[in-house]
Structures are given as structure tokens and as C-alpha cells.
Design a protein around this ligand. Structure first.
Ligand code: ES4
Ligand code: ZN
Length: 326
């Protein structure tokens, strides 16, 4: 109970959150209604019942259907605002959120609508909840690099409203090396970059993300543990891993929570953080992830402090801002 309280009340940063994955079924149905969209599920319960996944792809198939109710600027605002209000209760004080712009562009939703709505909510989040934030455009790796390059070109007028770039979606068969050029361009433009790697894919994909994409963080990174030399390198470089325990459980990256490797990561000197990934689909927000770890692993007070400190250390904020949290 003491550990739970500590996890709950610690100020935290969330560094791995897909805003479309925070779309709760209730809001999803409300937006479908508002936009005159017919869903293949009769109600919230039927939709929730479909949230049972055997792997990443089974999740992604339903995730891309879910986000199809997002049409107007107001929808992106409501989605983002609901997330911020929710994590405010978890004592999350800084968030760095991904959005899947290509998925929306392919549905005919302009960047202006996407970014406008999300950014307006982030502004209100700072003003009304004191939550600071960064916005990360995440490229979809199941699409060709050319699509990512076109998206980056389209984003030119909005670059001042973006803080970084990421890489997500179906991992296996879409290695980081396929995105070296678009990531080089993002870095030339002065942006931070991160990539999902080692979630379902092998340690080799983590290595590629470091060598070929020159990422500032690794999202997930679980399979790094299969390669001792890679672990030594990640540790030496102080690279932050944005780990997502409930996501790993729901997508069967780990078989049970008591076998989650996050404490092993810390023991080996890896800078792991705790994040929710797609909280509406995976059963909880940041504190729910901490709760699951505490319930199933021999977590100590020191581990909790370490995980929270790592979240601020890995944040793309100024050293001055970090000093106020660390
Ligand atoms: C994702 Cl859990 C996960 N992995 C890869 N891509 C994603 N997009 C949204 N959630
Ligand atoms: Zn993710």
C-alpha cells in the first residue's frame, strides 16, 4: 500500500503515449455519433469485448478502425483533453505524445485539423492543469519510406508545432534501416527522434535504430536484453527506454506480469521508464502500469524513484526544466 501510494503521488512524465490509443470506447461512440459514423459494434461493451489481442498486429487492426471516428479539429481536441484530464489525476506533469498523422491523412484529414486540435488541448493542459507537453509525429513503418517523406514535406508549414519524430506500427518485416533517409532529414531539421524497436522485433532492430536512425530514445526495447553487447552500449550511452508493461502483457510480448523484465533492465543499468502506450486498449494509464508492476514484481521504493527520475531525464525538455523535477 505504501509503494502504491508513492507511485500514485510521485510526479511523473509520460514519454510513450499514442494519443489515438487513449480513445476510450465511450468517447469513441460519442464521436461516431457526432460525425454520423456507423460502427460495426452495437455498443461500448461489444467494442471492449473485441479488445483481446494475441499480438501487435491484431491490436493495430482494431486501433486503426477505432481512430476512424476522428474527423474534426474538435475531435482531436476532445481526445487530447480527455487524456490530459485523466493523467492529471495520476500526477503526470509532463507528456510527450505520438500521433499517427499518416493514418489520418489517408482518411482525408488534413494536418491542420490533426495538429490544430491536439495543440489547442495541449495549450489548455498547460494553462489549466499545469501539464507541459511535446508533440511527436510518428511515421508508420508498414507504409513505404516515400510516404513518410511526403508526410514530412506536407508538415513543413507546421514544423514549429512539432517537437520530434517517431516510428511505430507493425514492427516485424519493417526494420529501421528502411527509414534512414527520412530520419536523417528530420535530424537535419533539428528535431529529436525516437523509434519503436525491440517490441516484437529482434535486438538487431534496436541496433539499427541507434546506428542508422540515430535515435535519442528507444520505444519499448524489450528484446535488447537478448544481446549483452547491446545492453552494455545502451547503458554506456544512457539511452532511455520507454517501457510499457500493460501493453507488453496485452500484446503477449511478456507472458505474465511477474515475468516482465523491467527490474532486470534496471539491474543491468538500462534507463527504463513506465508508460501506458495505448491506455484505452491495454487496461490502464501510467499509475495502472505502476500498480501492475508493484503487484507482480519485487519493486522497491528506490526502483520507483529511479523509474520516475528516468522519465524526466528522458524528456525532451531543457536542463533547467529537468532540474525542477530531479
Ligand atoms: C503501437 Cl503498442 C504499439 N506498437 C507499435 N505501434 C503502435 N502504434 C500504436 N500503438
Ligand atoms: Zn507505442
Amino acid at each position: 500500500a505504501e509503494l502504491l501510494q508513492l507511485a500514485q503521488r510521485m510526479p511523473k512524465a509520460e514519454l510513450h503515449l499514442h494519443i489515438e490509443g487513449s480513445l476510450e470506447p465511450e468517447l469513441l461512440f460519442r464521436l461516431a455519433d457526432r460525425n454520423g459514423i456507423r460502427l460495426n459494434y452495437p455498443d461500448v461493451n461489444a467494442l471492449r469485448a473485441a479488445y483481446a489481442f494475441n499480438n501487435l498486429q491484431e491490436f493495430l487492426d482494431i486501433y486503426y478502425i477505432g481512430m476512424s471516428v476522428l474527423r474534426e479539429e474538435e475531435d482531436f481536441y476532445d481526445l487530447t483533453w480527455a487524456y490530459l484530464e485523466r493523467v492529471h489525476r495520476d500526477n503526470v506533469v509532463h507528456v510527450e505524445i505520438f500521433f499517427d498523422s499518416q493514418a489520418h491523412l489517408d482518411r482525408g484529414i488534413p494536418l491542420e485539423v490533426q495538429i490544430g486540435g491536439i495543440r489547442r488541448a495541449l495549450r489548455d493542459g498547460l494553462a489549466q492543469l499545469g501539464i507541459s507537453s511535446k508533440l511527436i509525429l510518428s511515421f508508420l513503418r508498414h507504409l513505404p519510406e516515400a510516404h513518410a517523406l511526403e508526410t514530412l514535406a506536407l508538415a513543413q508549414p507546421f514544423l514549429d508545432q512539432l517537437d520530434g519524430f517517431g516510428l511505430d506500427s507493425s514492427e516485424i518485416g519493417h526494420p529501421p534501416e528502411q527509414f534512414a533517409r527520412v530520419f536523417a532529414r528530420c535530424r537535419e531539421l533539428g528535431f529529436r527522434v525516437t523509434a519503436h524497436a525491440g517490441e516484437e522485433g529482434p535486438a538487431e532492430y534496436v541496433r539499427q535504430a541507434l546506428d542508422l536512425l540515430r535515435v535519442d530514445r528507444i520505444d519499448h526495447g524489450n528484446h535488447s536484453l537478448d544481446d549483452a553487447a547491446l545492453v552494455r552500449r545502451l547503458t554506456a550511452e544512457g539511452k532511455i527506454l520507454t517501457v510499457c508493461p500493460l501493453s507488453n502483457l496485452k500484446l503477449r510480448v511478456v507472458q505474465t506480469m511477474d515475468r516482465h523484465p523491467i527490474l532486470t533492465m534496471l539491474e543491468r543499468g538500462l534507463k527504463a521508464t513506465v508508460n501506458s502506450d495505448d491506455p484505452a486498449y491495454f487496461g490502464g494509464y501510467v499509475n495502472d502500469n505502476y500498480r501492475a508492476l508493484i503487484a507482480h514484481l519485487p519493486v522497491t521504493r528506490e526502483d520507483l524513484y529511479r523509474l520516475a527520475r528516468n522519465s524526466f531525464e528522458g524528456a525532451w525538455i531543457s536542463e533547467e526544466a529537468k532540474a525542477t523535477y530531479l
